[in-house]
Design a protein around this ligand. Structure first.
Ligand SMILES: C[S@@+](CC[C@H](N)C(=O)[O-])C[C@H]1O[C@@H](n2cnc3c(N)ncnc32)[C@H](O)[C@@H]1O
Length: 220
């Protein structure tokens, strides 16, 4: 499915979020707390927009690696950001050693993991002690008026846009995957369950976007 929607993915993001997704990615990259010289992994990187945000923070002395299981998404990411290493990989079995990265991020990808605890544990495993794991996701707002707007937008407008874009199934899958995904409080529990400490989250865009972060504890 992700291979199929890759060509129109960036355009749909900009239309669906009125361009605000770049701001949310910048906030997630800030919460990774990386700086010049760091090595960062962006999991389920897609067309690489979050990886690009991270690259700005690690500078020429650092390195960002973006990984995804959709080769079509990766190809678009490589064209967008030739300075970033984009390579194939399954988030549930990351092809990296323990503690290889200063931080690991995932943007709008965790919702698609068929095994969320495993995906989060993998991100924690490849991050060095003291490093951060950051999860940027869409979440379901609980209170009106945003809950009413969200329901209309995601259940009606987004699937209609998907039909126009020629990918009806993918953009029907999007709202259903958001509804299935744990709410912010539960997701914080999942990060803690993956062994992360000091788990916090911020809600933005009126409670439609959640950014969770936790720290990898010192190894015994
Ligand atoms: C909605 S896109 C998000 C892409 C990008 N991170 C962004 O912020 O726009 C979800 C991405 O997750 C990838 N993905 C889903 N499950 C995955 C897995 N188990 N391993 C690797 N990539 C996965 C898909 O191929 C797709 O590119």
């Amino acid at each position: 499915m992700f291979d199929r929607i890759a060509g129109g993915y960036d355009r749909m993001n900009s239309v669906m979020t009125a361009g605000m997704h770049h701001r949310w990615r910048a906030r997630a990259a800030d919460l990774a707390r990386v700086g010049p010289g760091d090595r960062v992994l962006d999991v389920a990187t897609g067309t690489g927009d979050l990886a690009v945000e991270l690259e700005r923070r690690v500078g020429p002395g650092g390195e960002v690696v973006g990984t995804d299981f959709s080769e079509t998404m990766l190809e678009l990411a490589r064209r967008k950001a030739p300075g970033i290493r984009f390579e194939p990989g399954n988030a549930l079995e990351l092809p990296y050693a323990d503690g290889e990265f200063t931080a690991a991020t995932v943007g709008f990808g965790a919702r698609n993991f068929s095994d969320l605890p495993r995906g989060l544990s993998e991100m924690a495993r490849v991050t060095r002690p003291g490093g951060r794991v950051v999860v940027l996701e869409i979440t379901t707002p609980q209170r009106p008026p945003l809950s009413v707007f969200f329901s209309m937008w995601f259940d009606r407008v987004v699937p209609a846009m998907g039909r126009l874009a020629g990918s009806p199934d993918a953009y029907e899958y999007l709202p259903s995957s958001v509804r299935r995904f744990p709410g912010p409080h539960e997701l914080a529990g999942e990060l803690a369950g993956a062994g992360l400490e000091h788990v916090t989250y911020v809600l933005t865009a009126g409670g439609i976007i959640a950014i969770h972060a936790g720290t990898v504890p010192a190894r015994p």
